[in-house]
Design a binder for this molecule. Structure first.
Ligand code: XIL
Length: 321
């Protein structure tokens, strides 16, 4: 066993992978590790397949940056998780402030999905069809966003049915955060799966983003029980955006804790047959979104800001498989 992906596949998983952001590809230290399939057998574009990147103005589709990642995956022999089609964030203002009526917004959403999914047809192992639809207020209700507000909950099954028609072989996921342990939000995500199926639409999996805080990550058993609640509905699960942030500057005790935390999550995926793989939301601390998004936190990934392995953390992941 020579790397994180090799080890994951030896454990029966489809892949271990990482997010890749177009702006990071200019650095040769970055690219030489990013294409190392012993560690990364799968990539997810961090930004370049989102609505604002693909259809910044109505019915004008731009695939340049998305294609860079898709072609990189093809060249390097990596699976591609395509991310994402319908999300309240990184949504251009022509959609979010358009005040479209029901029929018009449905046609806009369908056109976006059909056109983008058709462009990448055959290249995506999976699509995150709808991202982060559930509120964070503990209510378990659907977020107030243009799609829910205008179309109602039916926007979810409509989105999944449309994606399935455009690429029947891509696995279709609902993807969200704070659904990694049992609770109101996880139950709401399970209800989304049930609703999509009840409408007769197609869904293959649920993405557990897993943006964790070191020292307060769920135990292996807690994560396994939660994954089992999803797979009992007849869907796969995947850990789609794993990072485990620590307070900076990090101490060696915190990195030891972080290594344990990473190990616990990998072990959970290993134990659940239908957990198909794990994706890091970036593999190195230099390019991670964490310091820019969570002030006072960082060091969230297995490689440091100089692209060097944090041996303890890396080995914890390797050995957990
Ligand atoms: C993040 C990217 O990493 C950042 O570069 C960008 O500025 C904001 O989005 N959940 C998701 C991802 O599903 O798309 C987000 O990615 C992180 C949270």
């Amino acid at each position: 066993v020579t790397g994180l992906n090799t080890a994951a596949q030896a454990a029966g998983k489809v892949y271990f992978g990482t997010a890749v952001d177009n702006g990071d590809l200019g650095n040769s230290q970055y690219t030489s590790e990013e294409k190392n399939t012993a560690d990364f057998g799968q990539v997810t574009p961090a930004n370049s397949m989102k609505w604002d990147a693909i259809e910044a103005s109505r019915n004008r589709f731009t695939y340049t940056q998305g294609d860079v990642i898709a072609n990189l995956a093809k060249t390097n022999g990596q699976k591609l998780r395509c991310h994402n089609l319908v999300w309240h964030s990184q949504l251009p203002s022509w959609v979010s402030s358009g005040n479209f009526d029901n029929a018009t917004l449905i046609s806009i959403m369908k056109n976006h999905i059909t056109t983008e999914v058709t462009h990448y047809k055959g290249q995506c192992y999976a699509w995150d069809v709808v991202n982060e639809a559930i509120n964070d207020d503990g209510s378990g209700t659907l977020r107030s966003d243009p799609f829910h507000n205008t179309i109602g909950p039916a926007y979810l099954p409509i989105a999944f049915a449309t994606a399935h028609a455009a690429d029947p072989n891509a696995k279709l996921y609902y993807n969200d955060y704070n659904i990694e342990t049992a609770g109101v939000k996880s139950t709401a995500a399970q209800n989304i799966v049930k609703m999509i199926k009840a409408y007769g639409a197609h869904i293959d999996g649920v993405g557990l983003q897993s943006h964790f805080v070191s020292g307060s990550t769920p135990s292996t058993a807690t994560q396994v029980a939660n994954m089992n609640a999803f797979t009992a509905l007849g869907v796969d699960v995947a850990i789609t955006e794993l990072d485990i942030r620590v307070k900076t500057p990090e101490t060696s005790a915190e990195l030891t804790q972080q290594a344990t935390d990473y190990s616990n999550t990998i072990k959970a995926c290993k134990q659940v047959t239908r957990c198909v793989g794990v994706t890091l939301w970036d593999w190195n601390d230099k390019n991670s979104w964490v310091p820019g998004t969570f002030p006072g936190y960082g060091a969230a990934t297995p490689w440091d800001t100089n692209f060097q392995k944090k041996t303890q953390v890396y080995n914890a992941i390797l050995n957990a498989w």
